[in-house]
Ligand binder design. Sequence first.
Ligand code: ADP
Ligand code: MG
Length: 303
Amino acid sequence: MSASTEFPLFVSAGDILTDLVRTGDSQWLSRPGGAGWNVARAVARLGLPTACAGSLGTDNFSDELWNASLAAGLDMRFMQRVERPPLLAIVHQTHPPAYFFMGENGADLAFDPSRLPQGWMNQVKWAHFGCISLVRQPLGDTLATLAAQLRERGVKISFDPNYRNLMAHGYEPTLRKMAALADLIKVSDEDLGLLFKTSEAEALAELRAMNPKATILVTRGSEKATLIEGDTIVEAQPPRVEVADTVGAGDASIGGLLFSLMTAPQRTWQEHLAFALAAGAAACRHAGAHSPSLDEVVALLEG
Ligand SMILES: Nc1ncnc2c1ncn2[C@@H]1O[C@H](COP(=O)(O)OP(=O)(O)O)[C@@H](O)[C@H]1O
Ligand SMILES: [Mg+2]
């Protein structure tokens, strides 16, 4: 088989955008981002053949995302381009965060799975879904349908809702559908509170009821995280690190867990969790959504 016909083992679908972050009264910093894109970069950096499946525009921001994806080693056959406006997250305040999205009729909405390379579904082991792409129609339905198709073919599904203000109303059917499809669900303590508007314990019980068979990772920033797999519940403290910022920490942690599951299935759940938390902590040591290398993660695990 030639290199060009080999397909990724991991595909993160959707959620690729540009963050425009205010840095002064009328000063702005643009930064390639999107939770799904961060998860793809995390797994690629750790060392597995990976793609981020989505659609970009033909503008400057989309060029930057394209180039950064290329630099991250993502399989570019999964990145489509159309002449439509880019999706932007305008983060006009960071403490506390305040944001809105721009992307009416955006390029992301045009993602077309039928244009992906023939045969990719035969090779992929895990696919990841989440965040605002699932609530941007018709993309949301496209992705939910793709997730269902993949699952039917035996591909494992990972889901991180990643609460955003677009989910304040009407998100429950999407949450229910994606949770039911998922083999692995990642939530932060904040996600649980905002999605279910109740105590963490009650929210977790509601989430588990949506799919008792799913493995659930609950992260709590620098505090203890929990991994639930059937009757097994394991907990661990993330490694202590000097934090530059926590952007993309959750994405690195789920990326780390997926990498651990795919490359070291013999590990115990406690070991998988430790790897995920080390990956999350490693991401915090550098500003922006840093994707840690395997060496960085292993160093923290051994430290
Ligand atoms: N201050 C921190 N110190 C060390 N690790 C952290 C810190 N914040 C986040 N992490 C790591 O990233 C993981 C996910 O962070 P969390 O904030 O819970 O998720 P999210 O980014 O989705 O909100 C944590 O479980 C931990 O491994
Ligand atoms: Mg998160």
